[in-house]
Write a protein that binds this ligand. Structure first.
Ligand SMILES: *[C@@H]1O[C@H](CO)[C@@H](O)[C@H](O)[C@H]1NC(C)=O
Ligand SMILES: *[C@@H]1O[C@H](CO)[C@@H](O)[C@H](O)[C@H]1NC(C)=O
Ligand SMILES: *[C@@H]1O[C@H](CO)[C@@H](O)[C@H](O)[C@H]1NC(C)=O
Ligand SMILES: *[C@@H]1O[C@H](CO)[C@@H](O)[C@H](O)[C@H]1NC(C)=O
Length: 396
């Protein structure tokens, strides 16, 4: 009985499709003599590009035009309007771009960090000062990449002694790398280069680039890291990227990764996902963005405290990042790159970038099923890791 009904349904679907096919083939594509003819839209079906008043949006329009051959062909030669012909992009992008001082209308009244960002916004490559070319000689199952700052010696050491313990955890190879920029003397930072040299020689887990390590340059760190992974660790099956003040339950993460189906693993990007957000317009907020810089909504993005993705996706993110204009907030930028790929990050409740309830914080079992908690001090990291590593720990 069920089988006959199924047969009937299939027959009806096939017939409906056949009629649709006949209707389409009668109404389009052929002239009276039955020859194929091209369907020409009666008017342009792309709106003419008009310059967006916000500078980052406009830079994205320029990049989109360059990367879309159909659109670019429409702008052949001399008819390229001035705003789309940003010659700075094609010459040396790492020279300071002083044209922004007139292109951003309220440039002079912006806080210094915005001026610094804008003048170097087109520069994406900085020299490597410290590298670890052999770090992934044996491709790891999981690469833990930690955004750190030069003076944070204690945080790095706590991570090495706890959740970032390199080697084999739960029978999986784990490699940890710390990502650093420069604590520039121009910003009155003490000279820590000798101590970093020692640390690097001893642990061989630092990668440092020659750019100023500031909040708005975290996007530079992201882009440099994506390039670095392809050059030095392309075989990593999974990548975790996060801050040096989080606790990561590496056991739980390995357990989670081990249970993924192949298609799910391929496109994996999980974290504490923020949706329906947009730029803060309150000048006092750390994440304030003026309207002259960006307008519009943010894509869904995973909070920069820490997120987890596949090595396969790391390669695609690298390619996408070359087509996405830099944005001063790094996790939003990564969301933009994902959107470029037609993907969205997935929320996982094990990522607690806004901490857990106070009453549970000293309960070892509270950490058992979590993947990430923010923030934690170096001492807390070591304490929690000891709890989770104890064979006596019995949790539900
Ligand atoms: C492409 O060129 C045509 C003809 O010059 C013009 O009408 C149309 O607006 C252009 N399209 C865009 C996206 O600029
Ligand atoms: C872009 O501008 C430069 C000078 O500003 C000019 O020499 C060049 O011809 C322009 N290119 C196009 C495609 O319009
Ligand atoms: C560890 O991994 C090796 C090789 O993949 C496997 O043969 C072995 O059974 C694993 N051991 C455990 C305890 O899972
Ligand atoms: C980013 O780094 C570059 C290179 O050191 C520097 O010139 C620029 O001012 C920095 N940008 C910010 C926002 O700190």
């Amino acid at each position: 009985m069920a089988r006959r009904r199924l047969k009937l349904v299939v027959t009806v679907i096939v017939m409906v499709n056949f009629f649709i096919f006949i209707i389409i083939s009668r109404h389009g594509g052929r002239d009276k003599a039955g020859r194929r003819r091209a369907l020409v839209p009666s008017r342009p079906f792309w709106a003419r590009l008009v310059p967006d008043p916000a500078y980052c949006n406009r830079q994205q329009q320029i990049l989109d035009l360059r990367n879309n051959r159909v659109l670019a062909a429409n702008y052949s030669g001399a008819e390229l309007p001035d705003w789309l012909n940003d010659t700075h992009l094609t010459s040396d992008p790492c020279r300071p771009n002083l044209r922004v001082t007139t292109q951003v209308k309220d440039y002079n009244s912006l806080p210094e960090r915005f001026k610094d960002f804008l003048v170097f916004m087109h520069c994406r490559s900085y020299p490597v000062l410290v590298d670890q070319p052999d770090l992934c000689r044996e491709p790891p199952f999981l690469l833990l990449a930690v955004k750190s700052l030069a003076p944070h010696f204690d945080r790095r050491q706590a991570i090495r002694q706890s959740w970032g313990r390199a080697g084999a955890v739960a029978n999986r190879t784990v490699v940890t790398v710390f990502l650093l920029g420069e604590a520039a003397p121009g910003d009155h930072h003490p000279d820590l280069s000798g101590m970093l040299r020692y640390e690097s020689a001893r642990h061989r887990d630092l990668v440092q680039w020659d750019y100023r390590d500031s909040f708005f340059n975290l996007t530079v760190k992201e882009v440099l890291f994506l390039e670095w992974v392809q050059a030095r660790c392309a075989g990593a099956r999974f990548v975790f990227k996060g801050d040096d003040d989080v606790f990561v339950n590496t056991y739980r993460i390995l357990d989670f990764l081990g249970g993924l189906s192949a298609p799910r693993a391929r496109d994996l990007f999980v974290g504490d996902v923020i949706t329906d957000a947009g730029p803060h317009r309150d000048k006092k907020v750390k994440y304030f963005i003026p309207e002259s810089l960006f307008t519009g909504a943010y894509p869904a993005y995973a909070g920069g405290g820490g997120y987890l993705y596949s090595g396969d996706l790391a390669a695609r993110l690298r390619d996408a990042s070359r087509r996405v204009a830099l944005y001063p907030i790094d996790d939003v930028y990564t969301g933009m790159c994902l959107r470029k790929l037609g993907l969205a990050p997935e929320k996982h409740k094990g990522f607690r970038t806004f901490n857990i309830e106070e009453k549970y914080r000293s309960n070892p079992c509270a950490y058992h099923s979590l993947m990430l908690v923010h923030p934690r001090t170096p001492q807390e990291m070591i304490q929690i890791w000891a709890w989770l590593s104890s064979p006596d720990l019995k949790c539900q």
